[in-house]
Ligand binder design. Sequence first.
Ligand code: KIV
Length: 263
Amino acid sequence: MKDITQFFKAKKNGEKLTLISTYDYWSAKLCEEAGIDAILVGDSLGMVVQGNDSTLPVTLEEMIYHTKAVRKGAPNTFIIVDMPFMTYHTTVEEAVKNAGRVIKETGANAVKIEGASEIVLETTRRLTSIGVPVMGHLGLTPQFINIFGGYKVQGKTEESQQKIIQQAKELETVGAFSVVLEAVPSDLAKTITTNLKIPTIGIGAGKETDGQILVFHDLIGIFEKTPKFVKRYLEGGKLIKQSLEKFKEEVKNGQFPTEEHSY
Ligand code: KIV
């Protein structure tokens, strides 16, 4: 079983961590078989699986449902779960109760929460103190989309860089075990990575972070368009479409099924 200590060992030894954001049994199984270090059940499922234009509509029940499937596919992998919008924003008590449900009902190992507001810092402190590891998330935090006015690179001005550096330090101080840095300039990610004892995990944050995370569906090229920071390791969408077209053609012209696929 891969556990939280791999994060600290990797940072100490300068080894890069690999994380994948995914949401179901079969993809989690492939991640585990490929030796991916940890899986995030990201609230990006709101866009990737549900077809919404943001992560905001995702519910706690949906995160629990998907994480149960991921745990079955990856029984030996460290699993982190995104706490969805409005499940950790009203009171620390409610945040702790909701995160507790995720851990109890899914078998996940940790939760991730966005930003570094007062309530996030206090929630991180409380959760860590009761045995729930917390991953932070800074930079382009998708739950703040209405504040940012779109999916825009963060940390471009000196002022916002200083703010993100400060937030990262605060998250480390209250006990976060790792921080995701999303869509920030590489130099800023490098500065944060050098200044923290906990590992940074980058997505669109250059190569100097302690690890990298990509969304499974982006990596395998399911969608026609992907953001600049994604490397498509497979043209999965095209290949799947071709298979579907072939199936259709073979059924229509009587080539499938043959004796081989019949009882
Ligand atoms: O929701 C998600 O998948 C994420 C990662 C992209 C970091 O937050």
